[in-house]
Design a protein around this ligand. Structure first.
Ligand SMILES: [Zn+2]
Length: 272
């Protein structure tokens, strides 16, 4: 086939049977044509997901509009003051407007009403590039990406006011609602910050146990396992794995007035 359209690709399984990645299979089906085209469409789910990754590898086109007050041209973000953004006052959706960046960032700082926002979008579509401009160099030849957040809607009931009302409501209801807003309105992948561990926070928690603990020089890695039995009681097990001989030592460190440590030289077979 010459043109393949894959919709909702973030919900595609990673593999289909023993044939592999369904997205890659679809691309292969169009390679017999010199002008073959595969289109991937999706509401993003997770940051680093299928569509998020494809967009990051593309030329990352964004819809560039022109301010009717000052002629400043840019794309629209949700709350980034470096671009057009949706602003509002005192948690009041009725005050929602498109805000031009401040003069020091090249704009005029004026608020643009929602009917004017729609006219800006329509006017950009009349340009030869239909409004879309690349913001990156594609990592694969011919990989073109378009980001289409709800702020670019001109039809239906979506307005700056309705988006701000949804945003405020989602903030009140919590993480899952915020995630839905981010995915379906801002067209951005969700980054689960609750499980992301920054390396510098771990490094900052290093402690020196002095000479009470002996670590064999042959051990390549020291792992720490923490068991929480009660609210006030923490047990620490530190295990050193010697990978090449499939051996491990245990260092049991009990917490008390004085740290005590014992090094067991008991070998333990690690089986897979
Ligand atoms: Zn302006």
């Amino acid at each position: 086939m010459r043109v393949a359209l894959a919709d909702d690709v973030d919900r595609f399984p990673p593999v289909v049977g023993d044939e592999g990645d369904p997205a890659a299979l679809l691309v292969q089906r169009t390679t017999t044509f010199h002008d073959g085209l595969t289109i991937f469409v999706s509401t993003p789910t997770l940051a680093g997901g299928r569509i998020d990754t494809l967009y990051a590898r593309s030329d990352q086109r964004r819809y560039v509009m022109t301010c009717p007050r000052c002629g400043y041209a840019d794309w629209i973000a949700w709350n980034d003051p470096a671009h057009f953004r949706i602003a509002f006052d005192a948690r009041d959706p009725a005050t929602a407007r498109l805000q031009c960046p401040d003069p020091e960032r090249g704009g005029c700082g004026a608020g643009v009403s929602d009917p004017e926002r729609r006219l800006m979008i329509v006017a950009a579509a009349a340009r030869p590039d239909r409004g879309w401009r690349p913001t990156a160099t594609a990592q694969e030849p011919g990989l073109i990406g378009f980001h289409l957040p709800a702020m670019l809607a001109t039809l239906g009931s979506i307005s700056a006011n309705s988006l701000v009302a949804e945003w405020l409501s989602a903030r009140q209801r919590g993480r899952e609602s915020l995630r839905v807003f981010l995915n379906t309105r801002l067209a951005e992948g969700w980054e689960d910050r609750g499980v992301k561990i920054e390396p510098h926070t771990l490094l900052a928690r290093r402690e020196d146990y002095g000479e009470a603990v002996e670590v064999p020089a042959a051990a390549p890695a020291l792992l720490c396992i923490t068991l929480i039995h009660k609210f006030s009681q923490l047990n620490f097990y530190r295990r050193i794995f010697l990978i090449n001989q499939l051996k491990c030592w245990s260092i049991n460190l009990s917490m008390g007035a004085v740290f005590t440590a014992t090094l067991s030289t008991k070998n333990k077979e690690v089986r897979d």
